[in-house]
Design a protein around this ligand. Structure first.
Ligand code: ADP
Ligand code: ADP
Length: 203
């Protein structure tokens, strides 16, 4: 059984009289522990797909089986649990809370999570043990993204979803962030999905 099995997935948006089809009958499988990069130009439907996989949006039709369960059949409560227990999310613009330190940002994220990891250990793993008490404004873009990755990993997610995680970073810093995500995938056996429009950064 695949970790993720997507079957005939469709997501359409109603725009007044017309219909925009963001995802048109997608079919693919992802194995547990895989590192997957989804590459495509702006408007291709990548963010829509990632939001569907993360239980943040609802499909128009089709199925997304995650460990055998179709999350497209989930009600809102089940989706909330799914997002909380299974999913880590990394965004292009980090989305850290500005008046909390690096450590506090990670601690806050795991407050309601049962099977969480030690925030200090996770920050150490992303190379930030010397930045625990710094605020986001005191960190470089690459460091802020490392905090965001630590925050996602502290939840011990089965699936790490990354939406243009290098999009706000220079080439070299972006490469290092991708390397960190790949190392994490290998070491923790976390399934990682990265979307990007930048083919130069595809590993
Ligand atoms: P990408 O992430 O690859 O840039 P998106 O998933 O953001 O692509 O968008 C795919 C298509 O769906 C685009 O044509 C976009 O305009 C449309 N779309 C995305 N979100 C919405 C929305 N909330 N309402 C209407 N159309 C949308
Ligand atoms: P894209 O480049 O994929 O078209 P954006 O760069 O606008 O989209 O945002 C990247 C992702 O981060 C999107 O999935 C969006 O939903 C999410 N995002 C952006 N800003 C916020 C925010 N303030 N809070 C939560 N999520 C956000």
């Amino acid at each position: 059984m695949s970790f993720i099995k997507v079957v005939d997935l469709v997501r359409q948006y109603q725009m007044g009289e017309s219909v925009v089809t963001a995802n048109d009958r997608l079919n693919f499988d992802i194995e547990e522990g895989e590192f997957v990069v989804i590459l495509g130009p702006s408007g291709a439907g990548k963010s829509t797909l990632l939001n569907l996989l993360g239980g943040m949006d609802k499909a128009t039709s089709g199925s997304i089986f995650v460990q055998g369960e179709d999350i497209c059949r989930y009600n809102d409560l089940e989706l909330t649990r799914y997002r909380r227990d299974k999913i880590g999310f990394v965004f292009q613009f980090y989305n850290l809370i500005p008046n909390l330190t690096a450590l506090e940002n990670v601690e806050l994220a795991i407050q309601i999570v049962e099977d969480s990891r030690d925030p200090k250990k996770v920050l150490d793993q992303v190379g930030l043990s010397h930045r625990l008490n710094n605020f986001p404004s005191q960190l470089s873009g690459g460091e802020q993204q490392r905090v965001a990755i630590a925050r996602a990993l502290a939840k011990n997610p089965a699936l790490l979803l990354c939406d243009e995680p290098t999009g706000a970073l220079d080439y070299h810093t972006g490469k290092n962030i991708l390397k960190l995500l790949q190392e994490t995938c290998r070491r923790e056996k976390t399934t990682v999905i990265v979307i990007t429009h930048n083919s130069a950064l595809a590993p």
